[in-house]
Design a protein around this ligand. Structure first.
Ligand SMILES: NC(=O)NCCC[C@H](N)C(=O)O
Length: 314
């Protein structure tokens, strides 16, 4: 099997991105290919940080496509007794077809595993990026709007790995307007911001940022938020709660964007980043989005095994 990696969304060509997005939507509509495209493959599932949605999505998704899985408890690997990540990966690459990993905070370890060859590596979230969330979000938008082009999206909260994936995903499409309202000091990293801005410019899209909810653009199609505490980057700043509180998504935002849908990558904390009224209200598609994680995971795994399935214009 040719190894294909999803360590960053930038690893996917436009054609790959389109195929995985559309394929996820087809799986969601239960109109994916019959049969078992992952038959004869084994996917490793290794999470060194907590996970509900991503882990379940890939574990259930692989099995729905006829593939086998091996789930690792990190504390039971020899990593815990001092075997290097490189040596551990070298063994995985000889036995597994795909590795879905939420491991070190940075992506270097995944790149090293990918360089071994023979095994596809899927980044199930690092500090910098959450590419499988980005793919899920594209599939969710594609299912709801039938297009990504022309969408206006407001993201509220930390410019974390989820925001990075959203920015890197949306700016690959034409005429998209993404605005991020982030607390001071919690914007996108310079590296991600530059990469996304370059893509936006090339596609006639815009990426704008502000440090307040005052004067955010109106008539948005989507308002998206995320929890205030990002996994693995607990905030050293003693003031963080005071900085984040003005960014709670409440019914007030709907006045500016009366048609907006609400998205959240979950887990949610009602009363912190979003009110219960918004999260549990009729505009919220947060749980549909969570379900899409599995359909999108199936599309990612199938792409790792077989490459592009859905061709543009087909
Ligand atoms: N949907 C998810 O994968 N949620 C878990 C992580 C959310 C957030 N980006 C975090 O890093 O804490």
């Amino acid at each position: 099997m040719t190894a294909r990696h999803v360590i960053s969304l930038s690893d996917l060509s436009d054609e790959d991105l389109h195929s995985v997005m559309v394929r996820g939507a087809r799986f969601a509509g239960r109109s994916g290919a019959d049969g078992a495209p992952l038959a004869g493959t084994v996917t490793g599932i290794l999470f060194r940080r907590t996970s509900t949605r991503t882990r379940t999505a890939f574990s259930a998704g692989a099995q729905r496509l006829g593939g086998g899985i091996v789930t690792f408890r990190p504390e039971e690997l020899q990593l815990a007794t001092g075997e290097t990540a490189e040596d551990t990966g070298a063994v995985f690459a000889r036995m597994l077809d795909i590795m879905v990993a939420r491991t070190a905070d940075d992506q270097a370890e995944m790149r090293a595993w990918a360089a071994l060859g023979g095994m596809s590596v899927v980044n199930a979230m690092s500090a910098q990026e959450h590419p499988t969330q980005g793919l899920t979000d594209l599939t969710t938008l594609h299912r709801r709007f039938g297009r990504i082009e022309g969408l206006r999206v407001l993201y509220v909260g930390e410019g974390n790995n989820t925001a990075a994936a959203l920015a890197l995903g949306l700016t690959r499409f034409r005429d998209v307007h993404l605005h991020l309202a982030t607390p001071p000091g919690y914007g996108l990293s310079a590296e991600i911001g530059t990469r996304a801005a370059k893509q936006a410019a090339a596609n006639g899209s815009t990426l704008t940022e502000s440090q307040s909810l005052e004067d955010v653009p109106e008539r948005m199609d989507v308002v998206y938020t995320t929890r205030w505490q990002t996994t693995g980057t607990s905030k050293a700043d003693p003031d963080w709660r005071r900085l984040f509180e003005p960014f709670q998504v409440t019914g007030d935002l709907w006045r500016a964007s009366p048609d907006a849908l609400f998205m959240h990558d979950l887990p949610a904390h009602r009363g912190d980043e979003v009110t219960a009224e918004v999260l549990d209200g009729p505009r919220s598609i947060a749980f549909e989005q969570a379900e899409n994680k599995m359909w999108s995971a199936m599309a990612v795994l199938e792409w790792c095994a077989n490459g592009v399935v859905e061709r543009r214009g087909a």
